[in-house]
Every structure is written in structure tokens, then in C-alpha cells.
Design a protein around this ligand. Sequence first.
Ligand SMILES: Cc1ncc(C[n+]2csc(CCOP(=O)(O)OP(=O)(O)O)c2C)c(N)n1
Length: 800
Amino acid sequence: MFFTLFLSLRPMSLAGKTAVNDTAKQMLLDDYFLACLSREASLLGRKEVLTGKAKFGIFGDGKELAQIAMAKQFQNGDWRSGYYRDQTFMMAIGQLTVQQYFAALYAHTDTEKEPSSGGRQMGGHFSTRALDSNGNWKNVMEMKNSSSDISPTGGQMPRLLGLAQASKYYKANTALHSRTQFSNKGNEVAFGTIGDSSTSEGLFWETMNASAVLGVPMCMCVWDNGWGISVPKKYQTAKESISESLSGMQSEPGEGGIKIFKAKGWDYAELMLKFEQAVKHSRTHHQPVLIHVEELTQPQGHSTSGSHERYKTKELLEWYEEFDCIVQFGKFLTDKKVAKQEELDELRAKAKAQARAEQRTAWDEFRGQIQADVNAAIALLAAAGQSEAAASLKNNGEAIRKDVFEAIRKVLRTVRGQHSAEIQNIKNWLASAQERMHKAYSSELYSDRNDLDRSVSIQYASDAEMVDGRVVLRDFWDAKLAEMPEVLIFGEDVGKIGGVNQTCEGLQDKYGELRVTDTGIREATIVGQAIGLAMRGLRPVAEIQYLDYIYYALQIMRDDLASVRYRSAGGQMAPAIISTRGHRLEGIWHSGSPMGAIISSVRGMVVCVPRNMTQAAGMYNNLLKGNDPALVVECLNGYRKKEKMPSNLSEMVVPIGVAEVVKVGSDITVVSYGSTLHLCLNAADELASMGISVEVVDAQTLLPFDTTGVSASSVQKTNRLVVVDEDVEGGASAYLLDQIINKQGAFNYLDAQPITITSKPHLPAYSTDGDYFSKPSVDDIVEAIYAVMSEGNPARFPRI
Ligand SMILES: Cc1ncc(C[n+]2csc(CCOP(=O)(O)OP(=O)(O)O)c2C)c(N)n1
């Protein structure tokens, strides 16, 4: 439509005879106004930070026209995965008002006022709300959608791949065509935005390559202003041009690859044309496109931290003024006789006034809700005779909640031991305010945990067959793929051969290449695919071949997947399952052990460490019914161990966050998980022959850990605790110890010092001997447990 509009507009206006038609004129002036409004918001935003009303500012000035052009092609159901310069785009799609923009700058905690993140993210990190207030999916096809931004440069890329790939699944799988709340048969495009310097990140290249391999409707927009803070393009990009650098991936007619477009960031007509051509192509042919927008300016510099005059030349700054996209757009409009300069000046003045008015409202509302707490605290303190604290709060014209809490908590410390109705009132107020602050700053790390309590016991027929563990999983996935068209499994070697451990054997033949799929060797974007797919209502199961290689994806698991719900304050979710295998592998990069680093990084995800494949299947079943992202670590040495085939594979549900006593004992409690658990059971057998009765607890899940306190109850009985884990000391064992001793209160029941049995501090050496001398062995476990018993009763248990 816009392309056509321009074809008609150009000759008419160039001839200088005919007036531009009214619809076109109105659209052009609306665009001009929006560009001005967004610019005024940027200018004002910087002032707000520099005058101390907000902490940090990073703005979209200079990028206005390109984003308006992008928004013109963005349809309901489409998705954006972008970065902090995109305010104009968000305004243009109707998902951000100037007031909300300032509410985010001030960090307003009310999601009604600041829908992107409820003040959790710094300004410029945009997001739409795909979930309603009960945490249920909205109809995202009635909305223009933006996935929640993250700060690490290039971190938006892996997710973008999945957002685009979802369209491919929705198109190809007719069983999904009825899911009209998520897709119109795959007609949606995923739009990415990135700064030119951030294209230096590996994630960018990994995503571009994968998008071309997969053939997905992805429109990648590079906002190129030639700098990454103070570092110019010559240090960033080969050939100093991302479109030139990517030219090897450029598609020739009839081929796959990426279709590449270029446009100048100040040339409205060219931007409109190129965006229309590019997006139309991507939507129709499900092919990725790159739109390289060059010659963009950055009038106010990178951010409020420092000024760009330090590193940019006078000539460049003069060029910024001349080629400012709003200046050039104004010239275009006057040249083409769309508007007179006075009309444009009037629009600019109107934009300035509107930006100022919305900023003031945002500030008043932000201050208003804080001031209500300040006033309440002043009244309570005064009533309790704490006039000094009350006056100090009153005199602080811009007290924030931290000041309120500090004043109140200090007073409560001072009046400790005193009792009065007024002091009680302060305590009551503090308790309810703490609850509100918990909701504002600490809620939505996980979905409603109640849905993790579900449980359906595992059942066996009387003549149940003993099969390899991997067969249990294979048959489980077979059942799930049949039952749930939204389930997809992918990863390296998962498709054709059914996984390196054959847990998907034959399933590609049965369910097709799209649902059981091989991927390239690219862990970060495998996880990214899962994030984007899950955000669009699918249930991806992404396999990372071995636990140690999860490090390639750990950044994106931590920064993106684990934080989706939290950073959007419950506005989005990505219930993706990341499946891997680990524990007791042999070799430096095949150790399968570093659970501590993982569980410290992925709070917001569920982490399951099933001891066998039946437990794993029951956990997968649970996760597929829930709404949290999860990591499941299968035991590598369990695929060929025999397990009894359950009769209710598809229905059985292993509860999450519930530890299990797998061997009853009375002298000492051993808590472990995964493969090491089996060593503990072996050790327990030997210790029984030495007169020591060991109770063995399987943690089953590390996040959440033992929510019903099975471990502490066991210690209450045995009064002794050993934690066995094959991570380094201070890793997962330290986490388990903290949970059992401090959180569950097992400290009160101990008669002996609790110990941990862990691996050596280096990466575990290769080979069986390397393993024996690097990780805890049955011998180590037997002797360490025996030593605890010997310490308490050397007569009965003489030193070895
Ligand atoms: C992984 C990571 N490294 C460094 C930074 C700090 N940083 C923030 S923005 C930026 C420059 C980005 O430049 P570019 O991609 O060209 O975008 P622009 O800001 O110019 O639009 C840097 C280095 C970061 N946020 N994340």
C-alpha cells in the first residue's frame, strides 16, 4: 500500500501541480508528528536524568524514521525482538505512550502505568503483555507484540530465531491451524532490531546463519550509526558494512539464504519502499531479510553516561545536524509541497507540549504513589512520638521508599522491647508495605507454584517388561508427540538418528522433520529457538547434547529464558524445556558435573535431576502441564540400564520440588541426586555391612529443592547429614547444604558436623582412572560417612 502511495505521490508532487491526496498528506503529517513527539521525549528524557529524577537514560533519537517505516509493515500477531533504541517503533504500533515511556524512566512499579516491566528494567527496555492478570495467554493475534528486551548486546538474537520459526511450524502443521489465538497459519513475521556494533557478537552471526538454514520469516533491521559507544565501525565490522559482510549469505533468485536491503536512515521515501518490499517478501516466502539502515544519527550521543563530543569529530556532529532524519523529513515534506514550514513548526511545537504534559503526568503519578507511603510513614512515626524521624522524612522533598523503610526500620530497632499500640501500628504497616514491595520487586520469578504440586503415581502392569531406560523415554515422547501437536523436539542429532542415545528413535519418521528435528551445532540459538517458540504458544523441547556444552547457551538461559517472566513482571512467559544429559561422564569437557554454576544462573527455571528415565518422563509430563521454563538433566549412564516399563507413561506425573527417601535408614542421612545417587546407594549397602544404617534421599529437583522438607525430617531422625555431589566444593553441594541446614532448619537436629563430598577443584580428568581420582567414588563416600560415625563413636567404629 505504501509503495503504491509513493509511486502516486512522487510524480504528483514532483510535477508541482497537483496537491497530494488528503489521506497521504494526513499519514505523512502524522508520521512527522510522531517523529517529533518521540524526539521531544528523548530530549526531555535526558534532562530528567541529568536533573536527577531518573537514574539512567538511553534514547532513540535519530532512529525515528526507520522505526516508523518498520511499524508500517508490522501487523497484528507479528513479534519484535529488539533493543533499547526502539521507542518510536513502540509508539508507532500503539504499544507505548510518552507517559508510559517516562513511567519506565522513573521506574514506576505499577504495570498499569509501566506495562513493559513494572519498573524492573531500566527505561528503553520494551515489552508488550502477552499474559492477562491471571497469567493466562491473551489472544496475541489481536495485538502487536514485542518480546521483552534484555540489555546484553545481541542477546535479543537467539529468541528472534524462535519467534520467526514459530510461523513455520504454524504454517506447516495443520493440527495447529485451529490455534488462532497464536497464529494465522504462520503468516506472522518476527522483526529484529540491533545496533551496528552489536552485530560483532557471535549471537548475531549464529542467528543469521540459522535463519537462512531454516528459512524463516525474520526481518532483521540493523540501525547503523557507525558507533558502539566510542568505538567506530572500523573496529567492529569487516568491510565496515554489515550488509557487505553478510553478502555471502545473500540469496540469489530461487535460492535460500537471506535477501538483503539497504536504506538511508534519513530518507523517508526510501525507507518506506524498502521496508515494504522486504517485509512483504519475508512474509510471503518465509525467507529471512536483512534491512541495513545506514546513515543514522545519534543527536544526544550513546546514553546519559558521558558525552559523545569526547570522541566524535566536529564535522560528524555537524553532519548529524544536517542529516537529522526529522530535518530531512521536513525538507522532503516542504519540497514535495505536502506542508509548509510553518505547519511543520506548529506540529513540532505541539509535539513538544504533549511530551512535556505526558512527562509531568508520569512524574506526578510516580511521585504520588510514593508520597502516599511517605505520608503514611510520617503520620505513624509522629503518632509514636518519633518526631525527629518524621520530620526528617517530611523535610526530604523527594523521599523514596528506601528512605521510608530505612526510617521505619531504624525506629523499630531503637524502640525494641517497648510495646504500644502506636508501635504496633508501625509494625503492621511495615508488614503490609513489605508485602507490597515483595510483589513489586520479587514476584513472578515462577508461575503459580501450585501447578508444580500435581502428581499421578507411576503404574506397572503385572507382566511389565524390563527395557533399556532410553526406551522408556522414546515411548514417552512418542505418546506426547501424538497427543500434543504443539510439542516439538530438536537438537543436534535428534532428528534422523533419534538422538545420540536413541531417546527419539524412529520419531522423525513417524512425526516428520519439522517436529523431530536436527539442528546445527549452535547451542545458544537452539535455546533461543526454544524461547521464541515457547513465547508463541508452542511447547518446544530443545536438546543440548551434553551438559558441559550448555555453557554456550548458559548466558541466554540466564539473561533471557530464566528471566522472561520476572523481567516482564508477569507479562510474558516462555515455558521451554531444555533437555540435556550429564553426571559421571569421563573427560574434562564431558564431566557432566557443573551443576552449581548452572543453578546459580537460572533462578526462574525449574531444574530437574532425575535418577532414571522413568522419573525423567514423569517430570517432563509435569513440565508440559506447567508454565515455567525448565532444564532436565538426564543421567548419561542410565540409557542402557534396565527399567520396568510403566503402563501409564503418558499420564504419570512426578511432582516437582519433592525429594524422596529412596532407602530408609536410621544413623545418617545422605542427600544426593542423579548418577551420584546410585553411588550413594552402593555405599549404603557396604556401610550396612559395617553396621551403619544410611538413609538416602534423592533431591530429584534442585530448583525448587525439597519444598516439603524431606531432607530435614530425615536429619531429625538420624541427626547426621552428608551431601554428595560431583560438582566442585562450594558448588551445588553448598547450595544443598544451605537449603537443608539453614532454610529447612536441620541445624537444630545435628549431632555431628554436616559434611559435603564433592569432586576435586579441577576439571575431571579423562578415563575411568581420571574419573576415580577426580570425582567422589563409592570408596570416598563409604569412608567419609564412616568417618562421621567414627567421630561420634570411635569405640564402635574404630578408625580405618
Ligand atoms: C554483552 C554486552 N557488552 C557490552 C555492553 C555495553 N554496551 C551497551 S550498548 C553498547 C554499544 C552498542 O552499540 P550499537 O550496537 O551500535 O548500538 P547503538 O547503541 O549505537 O544503537 C555497549 C558496548 C552490553 N550492554 N552488553
